[in-house]
Design a protein around this ligand. Sequence first.
Ligand code: FE2
Length: 431
Amino acid sequence: MFDLIIKNANLPDGRSAIDIACKDGRIAAVEMAITAEAGEIIDADNRLVSPPFVDPHFHMDATLSLGNPRMNVSGTLLEGIALWGELKPLQSVEEIVERALRYCDLAVAMGLGAIRSHVDTCDDELKGVQALLQVRDQVKDYIDLQLVAFPQDGVLRDPTAMANTVKALDMGVDVVGGIPHFERTMADGAESVRLLCEIAAERGLMVDMHCDESDDPHSRHIETLAYHTQRLGLQGRVAGSHLTSMHSMDNYYVSKLIPLMVEAGVNAIPNPLINIMLQGRHDTYPKRRGQTRVRELRDAGITVGFGSDCVMDPWYSMGTADMLDVAFMGLHVGQLSSRDDMAWCFDAVTENSARIMGLDGYGLDVGRAANMVLLQAQDKIEAVRLRAHRLAVIRHGKVIAQNPPIRTDLSLPGRPEALDPAAYAPKAGGA
Ligand code: FE2
């Protein structure tokens, strides 16, 4: 007797007509035609069942603050940072908690199971840290929240940022962050990378830096990050977020840089929605896209996960916690249009991001946590194309969010009575 069986599922690896049985919060069987009884049975009806979406880069202390105290008029990263600096002294721990919890409700509804959120440590009261530590605990039964100590104003540029960042780690923040391109000089940026990587090495923590979020091709802190990752033996535990300057770098230099990143086992986290919105703002035409070299990084063997970064905050007015929106944008901006590439974009918001976050027990194998999402799509490509509707979100073997399938009734002479957006996928052949 199982707690839950999902029948007739298509899996991300291409298997179809699979049943997934859950018991005591874990996946107990993944095979065809399970006949045992269960407390609840869901018929997936040949739709995709995936492990949950994973957002490897977010700012939960800023989310849903749009318009407070004013809007970002220029649309630039730098005005966003200035605006956030105006908001910080005005908000309370309780307000941050309330916004973060509302965002987590939305995230669950959209099938997100894990989020890595940066939390600003440039605040002597550490209000964001206090708030998100509380939220991490409060949501742990339905979302794995991993926190990054993020000195938004520069760990060297801001006079108390280093002490506050260390304090945040002492309080229980999980990962060491940084923002080398925002330090006063290139030299300070490089020094910040050294200092922060050493802190991570001493404490046995992961590193995730906002790195080279700039159109300046000479912003090369990723080189320094790769160097210290290797020097300190942090391979596999370090991520460079954004890496947008790579878009504008000289090709010859990149031909040296990517192998250095591979050697160091540095992971990459582009944020397609934000990168296409914020980068290239100083350009006339042609206007740069700003997204890092996703295809080249991936093809070199680097783990690439797409993050959402922002939802309705000083940097970005849009967003619905939909990681398929993120994948969709990453696909377009990166021109990732072959069938393998499109399917890979789904992996970039699921298993790749889980690997970067070091999530234990992620995936649909027997013995893993019974966390998954049923989508109104047959496969990964269709899920991205449709930004597919979430039919059921399952956590530890229990349904925690559900929706009826989308269907539009039609009144057209001689045409079908209803339209199912997920019924349009041709049976694809070839790559
Ligand atoms: Fe960010």
